[in-house]
Ligand binder design. Structure first.
Ligand code: NAD
Length: 288
């Protein structure tokens, strides 16, 4: 039987609906509109689309968003100065620096300079440490979105073997970290580019998360019958978006699977909105 489809669009719509209602309540109570400042350096076409989508999503949920566009030849100091200005601006609750930055810029010190209380991407070492210790401030949006999907679909993680392919700081590592937290309680294996015989490991996965960046990397025979397959990958192939999983083949083996597009992607944006509202709550002292 083909796998059930995990509909990221529908689940993200539910999250956004909740954020919209909570934002309206927050604005009514405080008179403050949660405000996301996005920084885009250069004119990478994919980044422009991502930032525009984030802006639109903010507006639809009643959040304010401001886009700061900087030219491709912006210097490290100029970018650092903008981040410092946004840190100092009390009307800004969340700061997002769209990655990748142009090659001449070093992202690490820029991301480190964002105030942890405004780091709605959840990339700051302070927020990563909190996440690891199970006392999160902001969770990174993509892995948080995956956890929300699993929760929404009633997919049990406790005691399950979750295999994550990819060890990036924005997806693979935090994905593994969230799956082993108390409450999620999965047993986690993280695979990466140096992992030997990766298929032997993925075939043990009850939950398989692919965040590789290689189109259709996960073949049907790498999926255990009945597994839940979460495809984080977004790859452009001949003007078509393709995931990291061979969807057709994996659908024949898995019990449930996310599509690309319409899977994890919409969840990432929804969790960003959620974090921006949370940042405004933190700033106003209205959070628990
Ligand atoms: P990345 O390039 O930073 O990391 C890729 C990881 O895959 C690396 O850790 C590497 O070790 C591993 N890898 C590479 N080749 C491998 C191989 N042959 N075998 C096993 N592992 C291998 O990428 P990323 O930022 O983690 O993104 C991964 C994918 O997810 C990309 O397609 C990206 O576009 C997508 N993505 C989607 C969202 C979303 O919202 N859905 C968000 C972020 C990233």
């Amino acid at each position: 039987m083909p796998a059930a489809l995990i509909d990221g669009k529908a689940i993200s719509a539910a999250v956004r609906q909740q954020v919209t209602a909570d934002t309206a309540e927050f604005v009514a109570a405080t008179g403050v509109t949660p405000h996301l400042a996005a920084v885009l350096v250069g004119d990478d076409p994919a980044s422009q689309v991502y930032v525009r989508n984030k802006e639109r999503a903010c507006e639809k949920c009643g959040l304010k968003s401001t886009l700061h566009r900087l030219p491709a030849d912006t210097t490290q100091d100029q970018l650092a100065q903008l981040v410092a200005d946004l840190n100092a601006d009390d009307s800004v609750h969340g700061i997002l620096v769209q990655l990748p930055l142009p090659a001449h810029l070093n992202a690490e010190p820029i991301l480190d300079a964002i105030l942890p209380a405004k780091d709605v991407d959840g990339f700051h070492p302070d927020n990563v440490g909190r996440m690891l210790q199970g006392r999160p401030r902001f969770l990174p949006c993509t892995p948080h979105g995956v956890m929300k999907m699993l929760e929404h679909e009633g997919i049990e993680t406790s005691g399950k073997h979750a295999v994550v392919i990819g060890r990036s700081d924005i997806v693979g590592k935090p994905m593994g970290a969230l799956l082993i937290q108390r409450g999620a309680d999965a047993t986690v294996t993280i695979c990466h580019s140096r992992t030997a015989d990766i298929g032997a490991i993925t075939r043990q996965a009850d939950i398989l998360v692919a965040a590789v960046g290689i189109p259709e990397f996960v073949k049907g025979d790498m999926v255990k019958p009945g597994a839940v397959v979460i495809d984080v990958g977004i790859n452009r192939v001949n003007d078509r978006l393709v995931g990291d999983v061979d969807f057709e083949a994996a659908s024949q083996t898995a019990s449930a699977i996310t599509p690309v597009p319409g899977g994890v992607g919409p969840m990432t944006i929804a969790m960003l909105l959620n974090n921006t509202l949370e940042a405004a709550r933190l700033a106003s002292g209205t959070t628990d």
